[in-house]
Design a protein around this ligand. Structure first.
Ligand SMILES: *[C@@H]1O[C@H](CO)[C@@H](O)[C@H](O)[C@H]1NC(C)=O
Ligand SMILES: *[C@@H]1O[C@H](CO)[C@@H](O)[C@H](O)[C@H]1NC(C)=O
Ligand SMILES: *[C@@H]1O[C@H](CO)[C@@H](O)[C@H](O)[C@H]1NC(C)=O
Ligand SMILES: *[C@@H]1O[C@H](CO)[C@@H](O)[C@H](O)[C@H]1NC(C)=O
Length: 542
C-alpha cells in the first residue's frame, strides 16, 4: 500500500493500491525484485473506475517497478503527477553513473503524444515465453511455493503479466542437458515404432503446465510447438549439428513425427494452438559455423516441398487440422524472400502457412520495415516473434546481468518498432534460467526475465520482466493497436484498445532526463505527466 505525498503547488492524487510492491535488491548493474517462498510482488487493481480516470503503471531504471498512480483526465485544468518528486514510489535510487549526472544537468524536455482510437491497426494474438528443458529443470530446483510465484508472475491476469502463449520444444533444444529427439532408436525406423509415449522430460513439463494453469487461473493458453532436430538417422549428416538436410525418404516420417507428438500431448491433456515448420532452418545450412546446437537445415525450395507434400497435408487431414502452421521461424533477414521462393518452387505451398514466425536476434540491423513487405504480400497471415533473448552476441556478456536496464530497453525498442509494423504477438525464450544463464549443453548462455538464485531459495525478477509486462499485461488477445504518435524521437509510444474498449497507452522515455509529457486523447482530453529519465509507463483509461 502506498500513499503519495502532496507537494505545494502540485495537485497529487492520494491513492492506495493493493499490489504487493517490488522487494528490491541492488546489484552492480541495477535493481532486481526478489521473491522468496512467502513474498512476491504483484500488479493488481489497475482498472480505471470512472470515465475520466486513468491509471498509470510505471517502471524505471532508477527503481520503479510497476508503481501504480491514479488520476483524472480533464480538458480544463490538467492534473500533474510528478513521479520524480513522488519519492515514495521511487523505491531505491542507485548511485547515478558519471554519464547520468553529466546528462542530468541539462533541462528537462517536453513531448506531446496524440492518441486517436478511431484509427485502428492490427489485432493482438498475445505474449508468452518458453518452457524449455532448462526452464523446466530450473523450476524443479525451486520449492513449490516459489514455482507458483513464477507461474503467477507470468500467467496470472490479475496479479502477473498475463502471458497467454507458451512455446514448447518438440524434442530437445540447446537449453537441455543434451541433444535429444523421440525415436532415436531403433534407427531407420520410418514407422516410428518407438514413439509411443511422452519422454519423461515432456511428461514433467505437462505436469508443470497443469500446475501453472491452476495457480495462475489461466485456462486459455495458446501452446506452440517447435522442433529443433529429428533423430540423427533422418538427417543427411547423421549428426545433431553441422550442415544437414532431411533425407528424402524420411519427408513423410518427419511429418508423422510431429503428428505423433500432437497426439501424445493431446492425450496428456494439452491441445496445441500452433506448430512450427522447424527452428531456425538457416542454422543447418550456414549458421552451424557459429551455432553449435542441434538443427535441421532447410532452404525455401526443400521446405516448400515438405510443407506442401507432407507436413501440410498430414496435419490438415488429421484431427489437428485447425492448428496454426507457422514458419519460417528464423531471423527476419530471410523475409520476404523465403516465402516468395517457397511459393515459386511449389505453387500453393505458402497457403499452408497461417502465420509468419520470426526470431529477433538480428533485429538491430534488419529494419522492422522487412515485416511490412511480408505483411502486404501475404495479407491475412499473422506475424509472431517466437523467440528473443539478450546476451547471445559476440562482445555481449553471455549470462544474465542482474538488474540491467539496458536489456529491458533492447526489448522495449523492438516492441515499439515491431508493433508499428504489423507484429501480432511476441513469445520470449526461457521463462527462467539460473544465474549463469543456463543450463545449456553448448554453453550458449543468455539472460531471462526471471533468474533462479544459486541457492534456489530466491528468484530475481529482472527489469526485462517488467518491460515485457508493460505490454503483455495490457494487450490481451483481441486488443487492437490504435493510432498514437509522439513529438519526440526519444519518447516512443504505442497504444492499444483492449477488448473491453479501454485504452492502454505505452510510453517509453529513452532520454536520460525528465520528460514533461502531455497526452492528448481525441476522446478524453489531456493529461500531463512528468516522466523520469529512462522509464516505461502504461497508462490505462476508458
Ligand atoms: C521474504 O521476503 C520478504 C520481503 O522481502 C521479507 O520480508 C521476508 O523476511 C522474506 N522471508 C524470508 C524467510 O526470508
Ligand atoms: C517546455 O514547456 C514549458 C511550458 O509548458 C516551457 O516553459 C519550457 O521552456 C519548455 N521546455 C523546452 C525545453 O522546450
Ligand atoms: C526406445 O527408446 C528408448 C529410449 O527412449 C530406448 O531406451 C529403447 O532402447 C528404444 N527401443 C528400441 C527397440 O530401440
Ligand atoms: C552463482 O554461481 C555462479 C557460477 O555458476 C557464480 O559465477 C556466481 O558468482 C554465483 N552467484 C552468487 C551471488 O554467488
Amino acid at each position: 500500500m502506498r500513499v503519495y505525498m502532496a507537494f505545494a503547488a502540485l495537485m497529487l492524487v492520494v491513492e492506495t493500491t493493493q499490489s504487493m510492491p517490488c522487494a528490491p535488491q541492488e546489484f552492480t548493474d541495477g535493481i532486481v525484485c526478489v521473491c522468496n517462498d512467502t513474498y512476491c510482488d504483484t500488479l493488481e487493481d489497475v482498472e480505471p473506475t470512472g470515465e475520466n480516470d486513468f491509471v498509470a503503471v510505471s517502471s524505471s531504471k532508477s527503481g520503479m517497478r510497476f508503481a501504480v498512480s491514479k488520476g483524472e483526465f480533464t480538458k480544463v485544468a490538467p492534473i500533474s503527477l510528478d513521479y520524480d518528486r513522488n519519492e515514495p514510489i521511487v523505491i531505491l535510487r542507485p548511485k547515478r553513473s558519471f554519464w547520468d549526472s553529466i546528462i542530468g544537468i541539462f533541462e528537462s524536455k517536453n513531448a506531446t503524444i496524440k492518441v486517436d482510437r478511431s484509427i485502428t491497426y492490427q489485432e493482438i494474438v498475445g505474449f508468452g515465453g518458453a518452457l524449455t528443458g532448462s526452464a523446466s529443470w530450473n523450476l524443479d530446483q525451486l520449492t513449490p511455493a516459489l514455482q507458483n510465484h513464477v507461474y503467477r508472475s507470468f500467467y496470472s491476469k490479475d496479479k502477473g503479466i498475463a502471458y497467454n502463449m507458451l512455446r514448447l520444444t518438440i524434442g530437445g533444444s540447446d537449453f537441455d542437458f543434451e541433444p535429444w529427439a523421440y525415436n532415436e532408436f531403433p534407427e531407420n525406423d520410418a514407422s516410428l515404432s518407438n514413439f509411443t509415449k511422452l519422454d519423461p522430460r515432456d511428461a514433467r513439463k505437462v505436469e508443470q503446465i497443469k500446475q501453472l494453469m491452476e495457480i495462475s487461473n489461466n485456462k486459455n493458453i495458446k501452446f506452440y510447438g517447435t522442433a529443433w532436430s529429428p533423430p540423427k538417422w533422418m538427417k543427411t549428416n547423421n549428426a545433431w549439428t553441422g550442415p544437414s538436410a532431411l533425407k528424402l525418404e524420411y519427408y513423410q516420417t518427419w511429418a508423422d513425427y510431429h503428428l505423433k507428438w500432437l497426439e501424445l500431448m493431446d492425450q496428456a491433456g494439452l491441445n496445441m494452438w500452433g506448430i512450427s515448420t522447424g527452428n531456425e532452418p538457416i542454422n543447418g545450412v550456414i549458421g552451424f559455423l557459429i551455432i553449435k546446437f542441434l538443427s535441421l537445415g532447410w532452404i525455401p525450395q526443400t521446405q516448400a516441398k515438405w510443407l506442401a507434400e507432407n507436413f501440410g497435408p498430414t496435419l490438415r487431414n488429421s484431427k489437428y487440422k485447425n492448428i496454426l502452421i507457422m514458419g519460417p521461424e528464423d531471423q527476419r533477414i530471410v523475409l520476404p524472400n523465403w516465402l516468395d521462393i517457397m511459393e515459386s518452387t511449389v505453387k500453393g505451398s505458402t497457403s499452408y502457412l497461417d502465420g509468419i514466425s520470426l526470431h529477433w536476434y538480428w533485429d538491430f540491423f534488419i529494419p522492422a520495415s522487412f515485416l511490412d513487405k511480408s505483411h502486404d504480400q501475404f495479407e491475412g497471415k499473422i506475424i509472431i516473434n517466437t523467440e528473443s533473448s539478450a546476451g547471445s552476441f559476440p562482445l555481449q556478456r553471455h549470462m544474465p546481468i542482474l538488474g540491467d536496464w539496458g536489456r529491458a530497453e533492447q526489448y522495449l525498442n523492438d516492441f515499439m518498432s515491431d508493433f508499428q509494423h504489423h507484429l501480432n504477438g511476441w513469445i520470449d525464450w526461457n521463462l527462467i534460467l539460473d544465474e549463469q544463464g543456463g543450463p545449456n549443453y553448448v554453453q550458449n548462455f543468455v539472460d531471462a526475465p526471471i533468474i533462479r538464485a544459486n541457492d534456489s531459495t530466491l528468484i530475481y525478477k529482472q527489469p526485462l520482466f517488467y518491460a515485457i509486462g508493460h505490454f503483455s499485461r495490457f494487450m490481451q488477445p483481441g486488443s487492437v493497436r490504435v493510432e498514437a504518435s509522439s513529438s519526440e524521437r526519444n519518447v516512443k509510444t504505442a497504444a492499444f484498445k483492449q477488448p473491453d474498449g479501454s485504452i492502454a497507452l505505452v510510453v517509453h522515455n529513452r532520454e536520460y532526463t525528465t520528460v514533461n509529457l502531455e497526452v492528448e486523447d481525441s476522446v478524453r482530453g489531456t493529461i500531463k505527466l512528468s516522466l523520469p529519465g529512462k522509464s516505461i509507463h502504461t497508462i490505462i483509461y476508458k
